[in-house]
Design a protein around this ligand. Structure first.
Ligand SMILES: NC(=O)c1ccc[n+]([C@@H]2O[C@H](COP(=O)([O-])OP(=O)(O)OC[C@H]3O[C@@H](n4cnc5c(N)ncnc54)[C@H](O)[C@@H]3O)[C@@H](O)[C@H]2O)c1
Length: 337
């Protein structure tokens, strides 16, 4: 059965549904005729934005509860066939400044959501958003799922715990859970107000504004960058499958240094505007102390496991992904700046 037919009329809950990945996922599911409920507390520092769901607002149910509110979550998980669990904090730096909030949202609330599912809806399938941040500094490249997990920050540690809760609920209770360890994702509907989460989109904003780009170190640190539609596709392919539950899978896209991602964005923007946007001087700066201590160095994911199990691989090339992102923000800039 095709993806569209599969999700038609399915009851779906997306936590963090007004955020970047959640809203892109919701738009796709609505196009398939799924019945989608979004839960998002719209905490100001994170990526939630009502405009993200402007095109589907009449077709989804929105609940502004916080996932830390157990009673609300107990109600919301009932009768859902799929739970896409994307609510979470992402900022590595914030997690060091305010570790208890990171713990509350990324661990306690996640465990509590799983308890609600176990008690009230154990047949639900749950896809959890893990992160490459769980690995810390890579000891070898590409990083496969067996690579040691030694995070350099609180956010990484809490994500490991949360992933393990999810996978344990499969091992012990048979609940269908999967964790997808996502890497740096970019694209439309990402927050553009600050640089504490989503460095790639932040560069795109700076270039659109004609501002200088500051890179730490020499700017040659490699990230495995992924376009959001490919991430959405992975989430849906896994959710549909009858196999592979209770496991974690890496996602990955195009490995590229940050400086080359910036250069590529200049190139694409020049072609979109039909005039050369001069590549402003890129300023190389020493790492600030708080970032240096948690910097992970190069990261490239091995995606063999998800490819082999589900046949997923990223399809969007870098030029295409950057172009779609630029066109989106040129059009809807006022809702994001
Ligand atoms: N974007 C990436 O590059 C990336 C990389 C690795 C992992 N991830 C994971 O994917 C998930 C989604 O990321 P995103 O980029 O869409 O982030 P985002 O900030 O755009 O979306 C997350 C949403 O969750 C909501 N949220 C946060 N805490 C909440 C709470 N306590 N209750 C209810 N809602 C809450 C926020 O308001 C926000 O709208 C996160 O769990 C993140 O760890 C993302």
């Amino acid at each position: 059965m095709g993806m569209g037919n599969f999700f038609k009329n399915k009851e779906i809950l997306i936590t963090g549904g007004l955020g970047f990945i959640g809203s892109n996922l919701a738009i796709r599911l609505v196009s398939y005729g799924a019945r989608v409920t979004l839960v998002d507390s719209m905490i100001a520092a994170y990526g939630g934005n009502l405009f993200n769901i402007e095109s589907i607002k009449e077709k989804v149910t929105v609940d502004f509860s916080d996932i830390r509110d157990t009673k609300k979550i107990e109600k919301l998980v009932k009768d859902k066939e799929f739970i896409f669990n994307l609510a979470g904090t992402l900022s590595h730096v914030d997690s060091m400044v305010d570790p208890m909030t990171d713990l509350e949202i990324n661990c306690r609330a996640q465990l509590s959501l799983l308890e609600s599912v176990r008690k009230f809806n154990p047949k639900a399938r749950i896809i959890f958003a893990g992160t490459r941040n769980q690995y810390g500094k890579a000891k070898y490249l590409p990083v496969d799922e067996n690579h040691p997990q030694e995070p350099t920050d609180i956010n990484g540690i809490n994500n490991i715990a949360s992933e393990k809760y999810h996978l344990m609920y499969h091992a012990v209770y048979g609940i269908k859970t999967v964790s997808l360890r996502m890497t740096n994702t970019y694209g439309p509907r990402h927050q553009m107000k600050h640089e504490r989460q989503g460095v790639l989109n932040w560069f795109i904003r700076k270039i659109l504004d004609g501002e200088q780009i500051e890179l730490y170190g020499k700017g040659v640190q490699i990230r495995d960058v992924n376009y959001v539609d490919d991430v959405v596709e992975a989430i849906l392919m896994v959710a549909m499958a009858e196999k592979g539950w209770g496991e974690a899978y890496n996602l990955g896209g195009t490995p590229i240094s940050l400086i080359d991602f910036v250069r590529k964005t200049y190139e694409v923007i020049s072609s979109v505007q039909n005039k050369v946007q001069p590549c402003k001087e890129i300023v190389l700066k020493p790492y600030p102390v708080d970032r240096k201590k948690i910097e992970v160095g190069d990261y490239i994911a091995s995606i063999e496991k998800i490819k082999k199990t589900y046949g997923w691989e990223p399809k969007t090339n870098l030029e295409e992904g950057i172009k779609k992102t630029i066109l989106f923000y040129k059009k809807y800039r006022k809702y994001y700046w």
